[in-house]
Design a protein around this ligand. Structure first.
Ligand code: CU
Length: 288
């Protein structure tokens, strides 16, 4: 049996100032990593710059990531620091005194987390009312709407395809989505059967398609391009087949295309129910 002093680790009594050392490490890491994240990751964040709304989402994602970076570093660096410096010394059976609470740490924790969360809530609210409207589904009465003229386009989800009605063009219903570039579009998303979700990925648009609900989302495409459309809500056996390619085209091309659709689908348009923001589900139409 060894003598009693062997139970006392030699380090006791000359502990470094852990708070200062850890705090400095975290501060330097944050000052280096945060600008790198903004400059290197920001530009490649989804959903890209396909529309004003998509670009806005990239900006917001960058802000979130920049604010999350110091928080992530705090957790990771503390974990590593603790593993290195707060290990039980070899051969020692002693632990430090139990920590019951620390008013300074607790107050800092509550204040910092509250400031982070509340400032992000404020930022989100300010961004929502900045004037572009949201690319996400905002229900039948969105609190924030873009000013100026808007082209209404209805997105009708059904097992297992999206169709599109253009109420300002005689209510014609088309199997594909074409949009004019640089024009604000008011999407009215609804469903004829089960719950779907309209996701126009590169345009930053995602809106639930619920039967009997007129879910409005806004998009102003910025650039001629094609974009992916997917259903983002498991909606039955052929859910995975529910995708298409959409087109953003110059306004003149759009005018020509929509005139062609009006002519081509005139016989079908005659038999459609009148344009409405929602439709009665008709399960019998598709055999259940
Ligand atoms: Cu679906």
């Amino acid at each position: 049996m060894s003598s009693s002093e062997s139970a006392v680790p030699p380090e006791v009594g000359r502990e470094p100032n852990h708070a200062r050392r850890f705090g400095l490490t975290w501060l330097i890491a944050s000052l280096i990593a945060t600008p790198l994240v903004i400059l290197l990751l920001g530009p490649i964040l989804p959903p890209g710059n396909g529309s004003e709304q998509a670009s806005g989402q990239v900006t917001d994602n960058t802000v979130l990531l920049a604010m999350a970076t110091p928080v992530l570093l705090l957790v990771v660096i503390y974990l590593i620091y603790a593993v290195i410096y707060f290990r039980q010394p070899k051969g020692a059976a002693l632990e430090g005194p139990a920590v019951r609470g620390d008013a300074r740490v607790q107050t800092t924790w509550i204040v910092v987390t509250s400031v982070l969360v509340l400032s992000l809530a404020g930022y989100g609210t300010w961004r929502l009312f900045e004037g572009n409207g949201a690319g996400s589904g905002s229900g039948p009465n969105p609190v924030a709407t873009p000013s100026g003229p808007k082209l209404p386009v209805q997105v009708i989800a059904q097992q297992w395809a999206f169709t599109y009605r253009y109420p300002t063009y005689g209510g014609v219903e088309t199997p594909h989505l074409w949009l004019p570039n640089n024009q604000t579009v008011e999407l009215h998303v609804t469903s004829l059967d089960v719950i779907h979700d309209f996701w126009a990925i590169q345009l930053g648009v995602k809106a639930d398609a619920n039967p009997q609900v007129d879910n409005i989302a806004f998009v102003k495409p910025t650039g001629v391009k094609t974009f992916e459309i997917r259903c983002a809500e498991l909606c039955g056996i052929w859910h995975g087949e529910m995708f298409d390619t959409g087109h953003v085209v110059p306004p003149l091309v759009f005018s020509r295309w929509i005139s062609e659709q009006v002519t081509k689908f005139a016989p079908a348009t005659k038999n459609l129910p009148p344009y409405s923001t929602t439709y009665q589900p008709e399960p019998a139409r598709r055999g259940g």
